[in-house]
Design a protein. Structure first.
Ligand code: 9D3
Length: 270
């Protein structure tokens, strides 16, 4: 159910978004958008997500979307024509590159971040192109796409799962997508750019594993200090790269000095 296609809808929200996905495996997208926040956003008409079979836009009777690479080499490459035809059928030959983002998912892309999710959440329209095989004819990246994105430095088999990741990250940011409680909760990377503190729930004693006493104490200031210290400790251990850009107080820096002293010294730091 989408309000976008509803002839009785009076006004278009300034925020609602349409997302088109181009793929040779449309069936892969059955589940991911039917749960939780993304499902609710769709039901509320905040976003409309349409998955297209790229083969529909092929010209020949075999619906060919790939061919052998010029210059030789392994495997097959996506032809440009079905992809250009698909995008042109959606937004025309000339589209407003401010309002429409055409995103090519590729291992050669810039790595997708929360900051990019926030910027893309302001667009009216997203078109995601999922590559497969050895890649996509470079004319798509050069003359059609507005963005080339990767989700990180590991080898996947295509752009479908990256597209799901990017859609989820963006849709949850659309105004109205989160419940009050969810939106009041601070983002993992919003707390001055460090990781979240550890969370515990009942029972206070699970098989002899006790929840830290301070959390049961009711001393709110002490709890806040403990959480900050544990968040810094977790960040130092698992994501030291984040500390270079993090917003840290004098107290944070003192805590970090302490924690660094407490870490076992490696041959590098001795
Ligand atoms: C970089 C590796 N390529 C050179 C041999 C081969 C290759 C590997 C994986 C070509 C295409 C793919 C398919 N991956 C994607 O399309 C992809 C992807 C990924 O593999 N990792 C992280 N993000 C992305 S976005 C699209």
């Amino acid at each position: 159910m989408s309000r976008r296609g509803d002839p009785h809808r009076v006004s278009r929200s300034a925020t609602d978004m349409r997302i088109d996905i181009l793929t040779i495996f449309p069936e892969m997208f059955r589940g991911p958008f039917d749960y939780g926040i993304v499902r609710r956003a769709r039901e509320r008409g905040l976003v409309e997500i349409v998955v297209h079979d790229l083969r529909t836009f092929a010209m020949d009777k075999h619906r060919t979307v790939d061919d052998r690479p010029f210059g030789g080499g392994e495997g097959m490459v996506f032809k440009p024509e079905p992809i250009f035809r698909a995008v042109e059928s959606l937004v025309g030959e000339q589209f407003d590159r401010e309002r429409v983002a055409v995103i090519l998912l590729t291992p050669q892309g810039r790595v997708f971040t929360q900051a990019m999710a926030e910027q893309l959440a302001a667009r009216e329209r997203l078109i995601l192109i999922c590559g497969r095989y050895e890649g996509v004819d470079e004319r798509v990246a050069e003359h059609l796409a507005t963005h080339e994105l990767s989700i990180g430095d590991y080898v996947l088999t295509g752009g479908e799962i990256p597209a799901m990741v990017i859609v989820e990250a963006i849709v949850r940011l659309l105004p109205g997508a989160l419940h009050r409680a969810e939106s009041a909760r601070r983002e993992s990377f919003a707390e001055g750019g460090i990781l979240d503190y550890p969370q515990y729930t009942r029972p206070a004693d699970f098989r002899g594993l006790r929840v830290p006493e301070v959390l049961l104490s009711g001393h709110h200031a002490e709890i806040a200090r403990w959480r900050r210290r544990m968040a810094l400790a977790k960040t130092l251990r698992n994501r030291p790269d984040l500390l270079e850009k993090a917003v840290l107080s004098e107290e944070d820096r003192r805590l970090l000095e302490d924690l660094q002293g407490a870490l076992p010294k490696t041959s590098e730091s001795r």
